[in-house]
Design a binder for this molecule. Structure first.
Ligand SMILES: Nc1ncnc2c1ncn2[C@@H]1O[C@H](COP(=O)(O)OP(=O)(O)O)[C@@H](O)[C@H]1O
Ligand SMILES: [Mg+2]
Length: 210
């Protein structure tokens, strides 16, 4: 995990920058998951720092693992229903029960035709009522959905690339970059880093992978 502290004005260099809160406070953590299960574990670390009304933008190409990450968060928030991709309906709403969080929204803005349509989805109002929102292609919703959010950017690593190490072992590797933007996320970077470090102690991992 790399922690840039709070001096992350150049965080767009490695992806994971949806804009918003220009020049404001932000921190950035990044790491690699080697399988779907590891992405679920990382997602549960993120779920552990969520609060009512939070906005999480999931960004990255098709197939990067945004829906998989959302499923990991949903499981950690104890959503009982199956969480499926909201590609056609744009927004799914789930009951959940984790601390004070009782509603999870899972949206996908891929098929949004005009930026104005984001407002029509009513997501911002539901966040105001305390729902937690996970928004795939969420960069398309900034700044309508809010100026403070966690962006989780996912990127498949090229198995043949230098970053990926042994090809057989890292076929499913994803680079996951978490960027906390704005006031409501300003002080949660450390909590997330600690939670991920605990997870790493559990994980059978050679130095330098995450
Ligand atoms: N490390 C990983 N993290 C997340 N998904 C992974 C990983 N390795 C393989 N996968 C697979 O990649 C696919 C990701 O699909 P999906 O989550 O629907 O992507 P997106 O929503 O970004 O289009 C799933 O089939 C998942 O099983
Ligand atoms: Mg998806």
């Amino acid at each position: 995990m790399v922690d840039d502290g709070e001096s992350c004005s150049n965080s767009s260099a490695a992806g994971g920058d949806a804009g918003g809160d220009a020049g404001g406070e932000r921190w950035r953590l990044e790491g690699v998951t080697r399988s779907l299960e590891e992405t679920w574990r990382l997602a549960s670390c993120v779920a552990g720092v969520l609060r009512r009304g939070d906005l999480v933008l999931l960004t990255g190409e098709l197939g990067a693992g945004k829906t998989a990450f959302a499923q990991g968060v949903a499981r950690a928030l104890r959503v009982e229903e199956a969480v499926t991709s909201p590609t056609f309906t744009l927004v799914h709403e789930y009951n959940c029960s984790f601390r004070e969080i009782d509603t999870l929204l899972h949206a996908d803005l891929y098929r949004l035709e005009a930026p104005g349509e984001v407002e029509e989805l009513g997501l911002a109002e539901m966040l105001d009522y305390g729902a937690v929102g996970l928004v795939e292609w969420g960069e398309r919703g900034v700044p309508v959905l809010g100026e403070s959010y966690l962006e989780v950017h996912m990127e498949a690593l090229d198995p043949g690339g230098v970053d990926a190490g042994d090809v057989g072992e890292y076929q499913e590797a994803r680079l996951v970059t978490c960027v906390g933007v704005g006031r409501s996320w300003a002080r949660r970077g450390d909590a997330l880093r600690h939670s991920i470090e605990e997870y790493l102690l559990d994980r059978d991992v050679e130095g330098g992978v995450l």
